[in-house]
Design a protein around this ligand. Structure first.
Ligand SMILES: Nc1nc2c(c(=O)[nH]1)N[C@H]1C(S)=C(S)[C@@H](COP(=O)(O)O)O[C@H]1N2
Ligand SMILES: [Mo]
Length: 445
């Protein structure tokens, strides 16, 4: 059962609906069983009856292979191995993609993870949100090095092969852009959870602890901060306290069982569990140890939090306790009153999620949700809550409580402390209104 308003749209091509069944296939002279769906194919199909419907549908992304769907899959042989040239892809019926922000330049833009569509706790690498200040560089790992220097005994350049030969650590953690939910300060803006909260992804990262590299170069007594620098056109730089680097930072080269995706920093990125996304420098090429922060553009002009009194907070590095309901959420449609399982994510940059509460009445009363996975530090948790919807208007909310005792604030609590001058680190409770017709929308209470 699809509860999306665009039921048609998410269904994907099948049966009589399948655009590849009639006109398109002979027209394109592709083989009987598969159709490479591309912009060209869509254009070629334009005069055909199926085309207008196709245009409205969420179809497989360009380049995806669409196979005919047999009436009875037990009556004909399935396709053989290696038709994918040895690198598999998801089912043609799974069509959710990252959605890009409406920005003048794609190279300095971002994309949102479809949070309502991912399954389990990990974000598939192909759906990890993206935020680039100078585009995605193409870097040959054979020519890439990481230079560690400054207040060290011996400055050293590490090749990727050298880094991979060191003992590694594999762990899960989320990355959240500090700009996640930034449009929600003054009025409910994002239409759906992908846009409101989709600058959040969770990954199993593999890499070498910074502490291991530190032993190779030898930190001097007064080492206190480290500049991390990227090899992209933005040459993005941030200063990181040495304590964080020595405790749990990873120089990561692995993402969910394979090399980092180029979008996530191939061949090397800094992972700082729980810290704001912008500190986790991608395409990492340099670490300079110092006795003070470098006060780069990214930590003086950008990524500071302007307070009520006009002063700005610097180095607000940890992401706060936060949660969001992903089902039901904005732009969805509940077809009729009845039983539903509310679902969502909770996370905190200050440790494990301790508990999640759900409210069905806009925050008047709360009840504990079920945690669907064992909480890990600085990682997301899935929660769920069984709900009988009586068909009356309801306002659904969730709040995260982390192991450090932080409780996700209401909007008014957050604004009373922070004012409304801030852009980043908005972690207020999200409200979704369910109307009596079953439609769900973003509201402020
Ligand atoms: N070198 C470099 N590192 C970078 C960025 C960048 O533009 N260049 N963007 C930062 C920001 S603002 C965020 S939120 C995260 C996003 O990581 P992702 O694109 O893997 O989701 O990377 C950070 N690291
Ligand atoms: Mo970011």
């Amino acid at each position: 059962m699809s509860l999306n308003r665009n039921t048609e749209a998410t269904a994907g091509p099948s049966g009589d609906d399948c655009p590849c069944k009639d006109g398109m296939k002979p027209h394109l002279e592709l083989d009987r069983r598969k159709l490479i769906f591309s912009a060209a194919a869509a254009t070629a199909a334009a005069p055909l009856a199926a085309a207008p419907a196709l245009a409205e549908k969420k179809t497989a992304p360009p380049g995806a292979v669409l196979y005919d769907v047999p009436d009875d899959p037990t009556k004909e042989m399935g396709r053989g191995v290696h038709e994918d040239n040895g690198y598999g892809t998801r089912s043609q019926f799974e069509t959710e993609v990252r959605v890009k922000a409406d920005r003048p330049l794609d190279a300095t833009s971002w994309t949102y993870t479809p949070l309502a569509a991912t399954i389990g706790n990990l974000t598939p690498s192909g759906l990890h949100f993206e935020r680039h200040h100078g585009g995605i560089p193409t870097i040959d790992p054979a020519r890439h090095e990481l230079y560690v220097h400054g207040l060290v005994d011996i400055a050293k350049k590490f090749t990727i092969a050298e880094i991979k030969s060191l003992p590694s650590v594999t762990r899960r953690c989320f990355i959240e852009c500090s700009g996640n939910t930034l449009d929600e300060w003054s009025k409910p803006t994002g239409k759906n959870v992908q846009v409101t909260h989709g600058l959040l992804s969770t990954t199993e990262w593999t890499g070498v602890p910074f502490a291991t590299l530190a032993r190779h170069v030898g930190l001097q007594e007064n080492a206190a901060w480290v500049l991390a620098e990227g090899a992209d056109a933005a040459v993005m730089t941030r200063s990181i306290p040495i304590g964080k680097l020595m405790s749990d930072a990873l120089i990561a080269y692995g993402q969910n069982g394979e090399a980092l995706r180029p979008e996530q920093g191939y061949p090397l990125r800094l992972i700082l569990p729980g810290f704001e996304g912008n500190t986790q420098i991608k395409w990492l090429r340099r670490l300079q140890v110092s006795d003070r922060p470098f006060m780069t553009h990214e930590e003086t002009a950008a990524y500071t939090d302007l307070l009520k009194d006009g002063r700005a907070k610097l180095f607000t590095l940890e992401m706060d306790a936060k949660s969001v309901i992903t089902f039901p959420s904005g732009e969805m449609m509940l077809p009729k009153p009845g039983h539903y399982l509310i679902k969502g994510f909770a996370w905190s940059g200050r440790g494990r999620v301790y508990a999640v509460d759900v409210s069905l009445d806009g925050g008047k009363t709360w009840a504990p949700a079920r945690l669907d996975n064992v909480p890990e530090p600085m990682s997301t948790v899935r929660f769920s809550y069984p709900w009988h919807w009586d068909g009356k208007p309801a306002i659904l909310q969730s709040r995260c409580i982390d192991e450090a005792g932080n409780v996700q604030p209401t909007r008014s609590e957050l604004i009373s402390v922070r004012g409304v001058n801030s852009v980043y680190h908005y972690n207020a409770i999200q409200s979704w209104a369910v109307a009596s017709d079953g439609s769900v929308s973003n509201v402020h209470v």
